[in-house]
Design a protein around this ligand. Structure first.
Ligand code: PHE
Length: 339
């Protein structure tokens, strides 16, 4: 028995395990109820009385050594595991993708900001409208081509329910629900039945403005638009107004700004004219005021409407209008730094 104990002592001192499973196997082999050491303890009763003291001492030593060695190895494995589980504070963090504002939102917000500094507040209205707010109230004669199926998306006919073709419909809503002074800006999406190409889409965005009060003149309109052009495109920007026609304004005009690419010298972008068109405007036709319940002998006003895509193109040189609605992150990512 003594020999067996010293053999086991030798074995136990050399015991090693590569992983927790192997260690458990060792524990079972030596220390479990049916293990080697326990069976020696079972045999102890057969040891002669005069040897009991010595052999008992050796057996206890063996058991202690085995227990200690196994505990020691377990502590090592536990420490290794804890290290593996701990987060690596030196690792580079996972990059978090920061979203971008859509370029049309950026530009719309900028337009709204500029006009709100001179007293305009926002008015909004539905995209699905009736004929009266989009056309009749705004002096569109019944035979006007804009009312045609080719231009307007109708949802039902008689009564006509349609997708608004301009945000002037919000202006008719404001004029019928409120008396002057009125100074509102109407941003929103509009729809026209156009073939989709790089220069036209079946929906786009407008910001229209309306100012009605006593003694509002064309000079007020021109001053507000000049202020806008300089704020939007820089102090050096010049404007020019060309006579035009809209059913709801009289007189009407289209406004050009000096080409912000060549500075007015003439380039391919402005077709060598030095000017680019940016908006339509005019004095609200008295017939429109009357249709909406505003006394045209007391009040006058101006209106203007601009396309957000157009202004965005001028600011960011986006050549294909379709980019705005495709949600291509390679395009949108380029506006990350634009606040
Ligand atoms: N509503 C016009 C359009 O959609 C723009 C406009 C608004 C023109 C106000 C003059 C005055 O084209």
């Amino acid at each position: 028995m003594k020999d067996r104990i010293s053999e086991l002592l030798e074995e136990v001192s050399k015991m090693s395990a590569e992983n927790a499973d192997q260690l458990e196997a060792l524990r079972i082999k030596y220390l479990s109820k049916k293990g080697e050491i326990s069976s020696l303890f079972n045999d102890f009763k057969n040891v002669a009385a005069e040897q009991k003291r010595e052999i008992g001492g050796l057996l206890n030593e063996l058991k202690t050594k085995a227990t200690e060695r196994i505990a020691e190895m377990k502590a090592e494995f536990d420490a290794q595991q804890a290290k593996a589980d701990a987060p690596d504070v030196t690792r580079t963090p996972d990059p978090i993708e920061v979203g971008t504002r859509h370029p049309l939102s950026l530009v719309k917000n900028e337009i709204v900001d500029i006009f709100s500094r001179i007293g305009f507040s926002i008015a909004e209205g539905p995209e699905v409208e009736d004929d009266w707010h989009v056309f009749s109230a705004l002096n569109f004669p019944p035979e006007h081509p804009a009312r045609d199926m080719q231009d307007t998306f109708f949802i039902t006919r008689e009564p006509d329910v349609l997708l608004r073709t301009h945000t002037s419909s919000v202006q008719s809503r404001v004029m019928t629900s409120q008396q002057p002074p009125i100074r509102v800006l109407c941003p929103g999406r509009v729809y026209r039945n156009e073939a989709i190409s790089y220069r036209a889409h079946c929906f786009f965005h407008q910001v229209e403005g309306l100012y009605i009060d006593k003694n509002i003149s064309f000079a007020d309109l021109k001053q507000a638009l000049l202020y806008f052009a300089k704020e939007m495109f820089g102090e050096q920007t010049q404007i020019r107004l060309r006579p035009s026609y809209f059913p709801f304004t009289e007189p009407s005009a289209e406004m050009d700004i000096s080409c912000n690419i060549c500075g007015g010298e003439g380039c391919a972008f402005c077709k060598n004219t030095g000017w680019v068109e940016i908006l339509g405007c005019g004095m609200v036709d008295p017939a429109v005021l009357e249709a909406c319940g505003i006394d045209s002998k007391v009040y006058s006003g101006y209106a203007f409407g601009l396309g957000v895509e157009r202004i965005t193109n001028l600011k960011y040189r986006v050549k294909d209008l379709r980019m705005f609605s495709e949600n291509d992150v390679r395009f949108l990512d380029q506006f990350k730094s634009a606040f």
